[in-house]
Design a protein around this ligand. Structure first.
Ligand code: GLU
Length: 327
């Protein structure tokens, strides 16, 4: 009798080990990480995909399994990384600066996000103003009295739109009908006649603006000029232009003057060094292959990817940069 119980327990124990034990050990070896991006028709989403693709190729070597999430954009990503809901995110360089410094005119006013860490920067993004030709908007100044999507709270572009409008003397509360809708819906709303224009801070080319410029309603990029003081005031803004050849569907004949920032890749100080090291190494060691994953990466250089960072560089990334002679 006693023997039977002992064997029974041994069997049960063995069974439990078999059921729970083995998969648990396998799981302990895999680190799951998620990259926060933006709307699926922007450049952040394919950027997350490009990084994940390169890192997941070495799943066996590093034990890292990388997934990508579509989100509301830069501000959402910073906050989700800080709360531990995401490990990595793509974030505008201006948003990175504001978050680490707790800048007065930002969502983080007086609340510096001390654990925010930079990994590298990616493609340039320009503050893009897309308008319907029938709404007669050629310049940002023509937005007065119009219905304009300035960006959802959580997006990077919302503050850029407000900054640009304020700089040219347009009050978003009094002078226009401002909408706060996600970027992925802007093109459809413009084509359906439900808005006259939208702002999007984004790399080029991208799916959203291709969609906006290939519908029935004729579309023009409006120029954003008269913002010199704004560019002097904030170190993260620089002059930029949108190459019109990327969007044959738009009516413009010449490149469009505006200003811009950079997309950057960020994480938290709490994310382990070996994970950040692996991602940095894979992207930089496979640089030429990475560059081919999106046309907006054509202008990238390894040195340039270390510019535009204002949060401290994560030690895992720094280890790679030192090894590679980039720092
Ligand atoms: N710059 C936008 C943002 O921070 C996202 C652009 C994109 O998804 O490519 O919200």
């Amino acid at each position: 009798m006693r023997k039977t119980i002992v064997i029974g327990i041994a069997l049960l124990f063995g069974f439990a080990l078999f059921m729970g034990g083995a998969p648990a050990t396998a799981q302990a070896k895999t680190t799951f990480i998620t990259i926060g991006t933006g709307g699926i028709t922007g450049v952040y989403y394919p950027t997350g995909g490009a990084i994940a693709k390169i890192v997941n190729k070495k799943k066996k070597e590093y034990g890292i399994r990388c997934t990508v999430e579509s989100t509301g954009g830069s501000v959402f990503n910073v906050n989700a990384i800080m709360s531990g809901d995401l490990e990595f995110g793509v974030v505008q360089s201006d948003r990175q600066f504001q978050a680490i410094n707790g800048s007065p005119d930002s969502e983080w006013a007086g609340k510096p996000q001390k654990d925010l860490r930079a990994v590298f920067s990616i493609h340039p993004e320009s503050i893009t103003l897309v308008a319907a030709v029938d709404a007669d908007i050629k310049n940002i100044l023509d937005l007065k009295g119009k219905r304009v999507n300035i960006g959802n709270p959580g997006s990077g572009q919302r503050q850029n739109s407000i900054d640009a409008l304020t700089a040219v003397g347009i009050d978003i509360k009094k002078d226009l009908n401002a909408e706060g809708i996600k970027a992925s819906e802007s093109a459809g709303l413009l084509q359906d006649g439900r808005i006259d224009a939208f702002f999007y801070t984004v790399g080029h080319p991208n799916g959203s603006i291709k969609e906006a410029t290939s519908g029935k309603r004729k579309i023009r990029f409006a120029s954003i000029t008269g913002v010199e003081k704004l560019l002097e005031k904030y170190p993260y803004y620089a002059k930029a232009f949108i190459p019109i050849k990327l969007y044959p569907g738009a009516v413009n004949k010449k490149d469009i003057q505006t200003f811009g920032v950079k997309a950057t890749f960020v994480t938290s100080a709490k994310v382990p060094d070996n994970v950040v090291y692996a991602i940095t190494k894979e992207v930089f060691d496979n640089f030429e292959a990475f560059k081919k994953l999106h046309p907006a990466y054509q202008v990238l250089t390894k040195e340039g990817m270390l510019e535009g960072l204002s949060a401290p560089i994560h030690p895992g990334a720094m280890k790679y940069y030192k090894e590679a002679g980039l720092k």
